[in-house]
Design a protein around this ligand. Structure first.
Ligand code: URP
Ligand code: ZN
Length: 480
C-alpha cells in the first residue's frame, strides 16, 4: 500500500514546513518537495491543510468493567471513532480486580483489544499487593512491552492503591525502568465526604463535585509525587484537573523532580456548573473523576499546557449510556464515573487552543501526540513525521468547521458532553500505519487491524530520574 500526501504544510512538535510525504506499507519512506507519485499509489490532496502526526490519547478505558457495568465504547468502536477526529493511537489500561493476577488480566485485555482498528498499548494498574504482583510486573515489563504502572488513589473498596501498595509498586517500577502513573484523589476522604453528603440528603449529581473537591486532588497528587521522589522513579499524573494538583506538580518540577502532567480536553472547556443542570441526565453524564471544576481551574490548566508544565492531553474516554448512568438515579455515588471525548479531543485543542492563541501549531502537536510518545518511550516511531516513523498521519483543514453532536458522532455512547459546540479546525483525512482509514467523512476503519505497541523500559526520562536520585543518596563514610 502506497500513499502520497501532496501539497500540505507539515507540522511537527519542532518544525513547520511545506513538503509532500510518501508512505509505503506502514512506514513513512520519503519526505520532500514535489515527490513523484508511484503508479498505483493513493494520493491525498493536502493543499491549504496542515499535515501532522496522528494524535495519541494516552488515557482511555475501552469496554472497562467498572462500577457494576462496562464502558460502552469498545476497542473497535473507540478506535474507529477516534480516527475520524485525528487520533491514531490510544493507550488503555489493564485494571485487575484486587487479588487477581496482573498478567492474566493483561492477557484478557489483549484479547478484548484484538478488534481494535488502530494501534494501542496498555498501562497496567497495580490495585493490590501480595504474592505474585512483583513478579507479574517484572514479566509485563520484560516480556510484554509495558513500561508504565498505574495507581488509583481513589475508588476505596475497589481498586484504590494505598501508600503501602504505592511504595512497594514504585520500588518495583524503579527496578524495572518503568514510569509510575497516578489518579490523584484521596479515596479515604472521598468516601468520608460521600457518606456525609448522602446523610445530609444530597443524592443528586451535585453531590459528586462536593465529595471530590480540589483539596482532595491536591493532597493525593502531592503525596504520590513525594513518594516517587523518595524512591527515585519518574511519575505521570493523569487527568490533572485543579490548580491544587498543578501547584504540587509545579513545585516538584521546580525542585528538579521528573514529574509529568496530563490534562483532559473536557476539563479544559467544561466547568462545574454542569452538575446543577435541571436535567438529571445531563448532570449525570458529566459525573467523572476528578469532576469538572470552577472556571479558575480551567485557566490554570491552559497556562500549564502553554508553559509546558503540563505536557500531554488525553480524554480518559470511559463512556456510559444514559441507561447506565441511571444506576445512580437515587444515589450519586452509584453513577458510573466517566465521560467520552476520544473523537473530539483534537478539535477541542485546536479550536480552544490554537485558534485562541493559547497554543502554537508546534505546541498543538507536542501536547496531542509527540510528548506522549516521548514520555512513554515510543518516539519517534509514533508522534513524529520522519522517514522511518509509523505512517500515522492526519490532514487538518484549519478553515473547516463542524458542530459536535451525539447525533453525528461515531462513538457508540448516546451522549456527547461537547454537544452543540462549533469547532473550527477539522481532521479531513487519517492515515493509520499506511492505510487511509478516514477521508472526507468516509470512515474506512477495519476491525482487527490495529496492532499492540510494545513500549520499552528505561526511557531517557527514567534514566534522568534515576540518576538525579542516585546523586542525592547518602554515601558511606569510610573510617579507619
Ligand atoms: O471518571 C473516570 N475518570 N472514570 C474512568 C476511571 C478513571 O478514574 O480514570
Ligand atoms: Zn482516573
Amino acid at each position: 500500500m502506497t500513499v502520497v500526501i501532496k501539497g500540505g504544510t507539515i507540522v511537527t512538535a519542532d518544525y513547520t514546513y511545506k513538503s509532500d510525504i510518501l508512505t509505503q506499507d506502514d512506514k513513512i519512506v520519503a519526505i520532500g518537495k514535489d515527490l513523484e507519485v508511484p503508479s498505483g499509489a493513493d494520493v491525498i490532496d493536502a493543499g491549504g491543510c496542515y499535515v501532522m502526526p496522528g494524535g495519541i490519547d494516552p488515557q482511555t478505558h475501552m469496554q472497562l468493567p467498572f462500577m457494576g457495568t462496562n464502558a460502552v465504547d469498545d476497542f473497535y468502536t473507540g478506535t474507529a471513532a477516534m480516527m475520524t477526529g485525528g487520533t491514531t493511537m490510544l493507550i488503555d489500561f489493564v485494571i485487575p480486580e484486587k487479588n487477581t493476577s496482573l498478567l492474566e488480566n493483561y492477557h484478557t485485555w489483549r484479547g478484548w483489544a484484538e478488534k481494535a482498528a488502530a494501534d494501542y498499548s496498555f498501562h497496567v494498574a497495580v490495585t493490590w499487593w501480595g504474592d505474585g504482583v512483583a513478579d507479574d510486573m517484572r514479566s509485563l515489563a520484560k516480556n510484554h512491552g509495558v513500561n508504565s504502572f498505574k495507581h488509583f488513589m481513589a475508588y476505596k473498596g475497589a481498586i484504590m492503591a494505598d501508600d503501602e501498595i504505592m511504595v512497594r509498586s514504585f520500588n518495583v517500577a524503579k527496578e524495572l525502568g518503568a514510569m509510575v502513573t497516578i489518579h490523584g484523589e484521596n479515596g479515604e476522604l472521598v468516601a468520608h465526604l460521600q457518606e456525609k453528603l448522602i446523610q445530609q440528603g444530597i443524592k443528586g449529581p451535585e453531590g459528586h463535585p462536593a465529595s471530590r473537591p480540589p483539596e482532595v486532588e491536591g493532597e493525593a497528587t502531592n503525596r504520590s509525587i513525594r513518594l516517587a521522589e523518595m524512591i527515585g522513579v519518574p511519575i505521570y499524573i493523569v487527568h490533572t484537573s485543579s490548580k491544587d494538583a498543578l501547584d504540587a506538580i509545579i513545585a516538584a518540577r521546580l525542585r528538579g523532580q521528573v514529574v509529568f502532567s496530563e490534562v483532559l480536553s473536557q476539563h479544559l472547556v467544561i466547568d462545574d456548573s454542569v452538575y446543577r443542570d435541571p436535567d438529571w441526565r445531563t448532570a449525570a453524564h458529566h459525573v467523572m473523576s476528578p469532576p469538572f471544576r470552577p472556571k479558575k481551574h480551567q485557566e490554570a490548566l491552559w497556562h500549564g499546557l502553554m508553559s509546558g508544565l503540563c505536557q500531554t492531553t488525553a480524554t480518559d474516554h470511559c463512556s456510559f449510556t444514559t441507561e447506565q448512568k441511571l444506576m445512580g438515579k437515587d444515589d450519586f455515588t452509584k453513577i458510573p464515573n466517566g465521560t467520552g471525548g476520544l473523537e473530539d479531543r483534537m478539535s477541542i485543542l485546536w479550536h480552544h487552543g490554537v485558534n485562541q492563541g493559547r497554543l502554537t501549531l508546534n505546541q498543538f502537536v507536542a501536547c496531542t501526540s509527540a510528548n506522549a510518545a516521548k514520555i512513554f518511550n515510543i518516539y519517534p516511531r509514533k508522534g513524529a513525521i520522519l522517514v522511518g516513523s509509523d505512517a500515522d498521519i492526519i490532514v487538518w483543514d484549519p478553515e473547516k468547521s463542524r458542530t459536535i453532536s451525539a447525533q453525528s458522532h461515531y462513538q457508540k455512547v448516546d451522549f456527547n458532553i461537547f454537544e452543540g459546540m462549533e469547532v473550527k479546525g477539522v481532521n479531513i483525512a487519517t492515515v493509520s500505519r499506511g492505510k487511509i482509514t478516514y477521508l472526507d467523512g468516509d470512515l474506512r476503519a477495519e476491525r482487527g487491524v490495529g496492532e499492540y505497541v510494545n513500549r520499552p523500559c528505561f526511557s531517557p526520562y527514567f534514566r534522568q530520574a534515576a540518576r538525579l536520585h542516585e546523586l542525592k543518596q547518602v554515601q558511606p563514610v569510610h573510617r579507619d
